[in-house]
Design a protein around this ligand. Structure first.
Ligand code: ZN
Length: 452
């Protein structure tokens, strides 16, 4: 007897590049039946008119510091509500708690809202040694950082991330030297670029050089915030040529024309507004005492000096270029979701429904199956999750059922926690985690170590 039979839904069959109608049966956390029949099941979910998708996989999110009290999880709760069942944290060089701590916390809490994978973060360990943003690390310091990275790898990290823009003293040679501690070619490397806008192509070329110098997979992080300021056509031409030659390379992008980062970082160093062709008023602050306030020069200077960790939303990108980065034949869509004190950019709570509602349904920018591939199969392949990202017999029953006629993001620039519409059910390991905006079980997620 099946545990659950999902009837009459439409699901992607990626090898045939088609959406097909049928019934999906689940037993012991695994998809065990696909077809037109109706085998007996303890529970039947009618999915007529709905899409039965593999659970979305967010290859770039920022759950990197568990709260110590109350609900420990922040980003993961929003991920679950938008249909994500697995996410990769530790991006852009940031992992504020060591992988071993992260793993034990998930175990001690009896699970998490979604499955987690983690990268070790290079910048955090560099910063811990007191190396200034504009300083180079010495050979001895790099040796010490590598020890920390090795400990994270031993605890289950799947690779290593860099936030080059946040520590520009980190030369290409320093990055390549750090990467020598990744002995296993199966590991994963990602980087937040060195420059955006007018110097985006130069930054992309540096990342391609790094990708070509190592045996591991290399991910260019959130391409949208690097090159959707007039450089996207050239950026995609350069990247496509490089990926065709070196398939270990790829990129992710998010579906919003504003980026988000902390006001005190190097991103906002003098000259940034001129480079972007923007004004102070294009920067929205998201936390007290400036919650919901657009900058003036005075407010910008005060926030940068006195509230450096405050998250901003900077409307600096071009919508047409965002769309191009999404529909390109390469690339995945990911959230880059980050919040501080529950505030920040709506991408943390809206990315995936927005892709399916705005770009697929409303704009017809790309076919549904292509969008689904970019948020399920492609990231699963990238992360070596051979049993996820697919609706097929033997796959893990991580499943998101959504209404293609109504799915849309709810999160806004002022409230990133508004739930999306049209996400009917989210299942992890064959059990219902979310049922029409209501949490049923938010402890079904696990920490997924490398070489699981
Ligand atoms: Zn980043």
């Amino acid at each position: 007897m099946l545990d659950i039979l999902i009837k009459n839904g439409t699901y992607p069959v990626f090898p045939r590049n088609t959406m097909e109608c049928g019934n999906v049966g689940i037993e012991n956390g695994t998809i065990t039946y696909l077809g037109g029949g109706e085998p007996a099941a303890r529970r039947v979910i009618d999915a007529a008119g709905k899409v039965v998708s593999p659970g979305f996989i967010d290859i770039h999110m920022h759950e990197e510091k568990f709260r110590k009290e109350g609900d420990h999880y922040c980003i993961a709760n929003l991920m679950l509500a938008m249909g994500v069942t697995t996410g990769l944290g530790g991006n852009c060089g940031d992992l504020f708690q060591e992988v071993d701590y992260f793993r034990r916390t998930v175990e001690n809490l009896g699970g998490a809202p979604i499955n987690y994978l983690l990268q070790s973060g290079y910048n955090i360990y560099r910063q811990a040694l007191g190396i200034g943003w504009h300083e180079a690390a010495t050979a001895e310091q790099i040796r010490q950082i590598k020890e920390k990275i090795r400990a994270d790898l031993a605890a289950g990290a799947i690779g290593l991330s860099f936030g080059i823009e946040y520590a520009p003293g980190m030369a290409t040679e320093e990055i390549l030297s750090a990467l020598t501690c990744l002995e296993d070619p199966g590991l994963y490397v990602s980087a937040h670029y060195r420059h955006d806008s007018t110097r985006a192509i130069e930054a992309i070329r540096e990342m391609i050089l790094i990708a070509d110098s190592i045996p591991q997979k290399f991910q260019i992080s959130h391409l949208s915030s690097c090159s959707a300021m007039g450089q996207m056509d050239e950026a995609l031409a350069v990247i496509n040529e490089a990926i065709d030659r070196n398939p270990r390379l790829d990129y992710d992008t998010y579906p919003y024309n504003a980026f988000s980062t902390r006001i005190g970082t190097t991103v906002f160093e003098p000259g940034c507004l001129e480079t972007w062709g923007k004004d102070y008023g294009d920067i929205l602050l998201t936390q007290p005492p400036y919650e919901g306030v657009r900058c003036t020069k005075e407010i910008f200077d005060d926030a940068r000096a006195n509230y450096p960790d405050m998250l901003t939303v900077a409307f600096a990108m071009d919508e047409d270029e965002i769309r191009k980065s999404i529909v390109n034949r390469h690339g995945m869509v990911a959230s880059d979701g980050i919040l501080s004190g529950g505030k920040g950019h709506p991408r943390a709570g809206g990315t995936f429904p927005r892709l399916l509602g705005k770009y697929v349904r409303e704009e017809g920018a790309l076919p549904l199956i292509d969008a689904l591939r970019k948020i399920t199969l492609e990231p699963a392949k990238r992360l070596d999750l051979d049993r996820k990202g697919r609706i097929e017999s033997g796959a893990d029953a991580d499943i998101t059922i959504f209404d293609p006629k109504t799915v849309i993001d709810g999160a806004t620039w002022t409230d990133p926690k508004i739930q999306p519409e049209g996400i009917d059910y989210v299942l992890l390991a064959g059990q219902v985690a979310m049922d029409h905006k209501k949490v049923v079980n938010d402890r079904l997620g696990r920490f997924i170590p490398y070489r699981r």
